[in-house]
Design a binder for this molecule. Sequence first.
Ligand code: PHE
Length: 449
Amino acid sequence: MERANFGSKLGIVLASAGSAVGLGNIWRFPCEAGENGGAAFILIYILCVAFLGVPVMVCEFVIGRRSQANTGRAYSVLAPGTQWKWVGLNGVMAAFLILGYYGVVSGWTLGYMIASATGGLSGDMDYARFFYDFSGNSWQPVACMVAFITLTHVVVVRGVKEGIERFSKVMMPVLLLIVCVLAVCSFSMPGAAAGLDFLLRPDFGKVDAGVVVDAMGQAFFSMSVGMGCLSTYASYFSRDASLMRTAGGVAVIDTCVAVLAGIIIFPAVFSVSGIETDAGPGLVFVTLPNVFRLAFSSAPVAGQVFSLMFYVLLVLAALTSSISLHEVSTAYLHERFAMSRKKAATIVTVFCILTGTVCALSFGPLNGVRLGGLTIFDLFDFVTAKLMLPLGGMFIAIFTGWKLDRSVVRDELTGGGRLYVPFFNSFIFILKYVAPVAIASIFVNEILK
Ligand code: PHE
């Protein structure tokens, strides 16, 4: 069976950036930065991206393209008969679990997009109550999650080139355009300076070990590294794509969108006085609708357009990411059990809807079910983002630095000797020592807390 491939280098960058840019950038990053010292957090975050995220991303690319296999099988191809296969299986499991709860928040964004388009978010209303009633309801969030996962399914079923690549090539430019338009609008609002000041003034007083852990977890999550999403995509990369440049490009796009999301959100929030700044997760679902209404009180239609654009942006960003999560498990089933792509995707969709339903209901009827004090949704988030991704990232770095033959890594990075790769030795040094030690120590710190 001939392996699917992305058709162009642009497709490779846009599909990978599509995986990276998601709710992590627009929903999670501004909250984290707002709560953890603004520019001080952003600075630590950028260091984590450069010294941990990018190297691990390059490793995933090497592993995927070299093995020409999905993440679940890649390690058995490169190191047959060893226990390294568990790193790949951990990735498949993580992708599946993340998709369950990611689908829930993505479903909310879909619900808000529809509400915004139909005028359900305008007028004088209590947005906190609205969000609470909506997310705690026993059927609406489930219906939205099912609709969202179904959209994901439709794209994945079409295949790598016709589905994933084509969708990313159209939607990523639209997404980037919306980000820029919103940033300019938000920037020109009165009082924007106070918002920028809040976001960009470094408050190093708030930085402690916990903030560093958060920044690292956020970097892994936002760049989609640590579990094999990008390694699955890389198995579809052409031989002439430069892995270093692709990783650099994806990191730059991902970081710019995250910072721009902060630049969109905080000036808008600060331009409206009298709003309590909830910098937490409610930011985009409670504070922002309020901002859209008050800021445009004299031009409600413009407010509605602004709000609609924002939720369309969230939905698009979430979709291109959920597609990559779905692809990890679909490619695994498809290749492992030699079943058709359609059948594999359908199985993944059905099971995701089941886990997603449990996660969605954990805000309402299942809220009382706690494990270690966490709701089911929080548990999924904790286990994947705080445990599976960093650990996965650490083992991926160790595998590439210590286990893979140096010549294999060099061959992949130089595209068989054609490309010049600066910093090759520093890269290997980071993989062998810096990344494992940094991740392990941050990790131990978190566990001992
Ligand atoms: N990177 C995505 C985001 O920022 C989330 C994601 C994590 C996607 C892991 C794939 C794998 O929202």
